[in-house]
Design a protein around this ligand. Structure first.
Ligand SMILES: [Zn+2]
Length: 125
C-alpha cells in the first residue's frame, strides 16, 4: 500500500501486514508530517488527514520523487525478525537420541568427534 505525501510527494510504502486493518497515524519519511488514516481490508477508507503528535506506526520504506530511498531510525520501521531467539545470540545446542550434537552453536572441540570438521582439524596436525 502506498501513501503519497500530499505535502512533499514522498512515496511512503505501508507494509500490508500491520497496515491491513489500521486506524491511526503514520509519519511521512520525507517531511515528517503526521497523517491520520483509516485502512480497512488493504484499502484506504479515510484520510490522509493532517494530524499532530507521535505516529502510531512508521512506514516500512519510502522513496523521494527521484526514486532515491529514504530509510533509517525515526523515519522507517526496521524489518521484522524471523526468529527472536537467534538475533545476535548463539542458536541453542540440540542433540540427537544418541547424545551427539546435530545443530547449534558454539561447538566445542570434543563435540566434533567423528565429524568432518574434526577430521580436518585432526588431519591438519
Ligand atoms: Zn511528506
Amino acid at each position: 500500500m502506498l501513501l503519497t505525501c500530499p505535502k512533499c510527494k514522498t512515496k511512503n510504502f505501508l507494509d500490508p501486514y500491520p497496515f491491513w486493518n489500521f486506524k491511526g497515524t503514520t509519519q511521512c519519511a520525507g517531511c515528517k508530517a503526521i497523517w491520520r488514516l483509516e485502512i480497512f481490508g488493504g484499502a484506504c477508507v479515510a484520510g490522509p488527514d493532517e494530524a499532530k503528535g507521535a505516529p502510531d506506526l512508521l512506514p516500512g520504506f519510502a522513496e523521494k520523487q527521484d526514486y532515491s530511498p529514504i530509510f533509517g531510525p525515526g523515519l522507517t520501521r526496521s524489518a521484522p525478525r524471523a526468529r527472536k531467539d537467534s538475533v545476535c545470540k548463539p542458536i541453542p545446542m540440540e542433540r540427537n537420541i544418541r547424545g551427539k550434537v546435530i545443530s547449534g552453536h558454539p561447538l566445542k572441540k570434543e563435540d566434533l568427534v567423528g565429524s568432518k570438521p574434526r577430521f580436518i582439524v585432526a588431519g591438519s596436525r
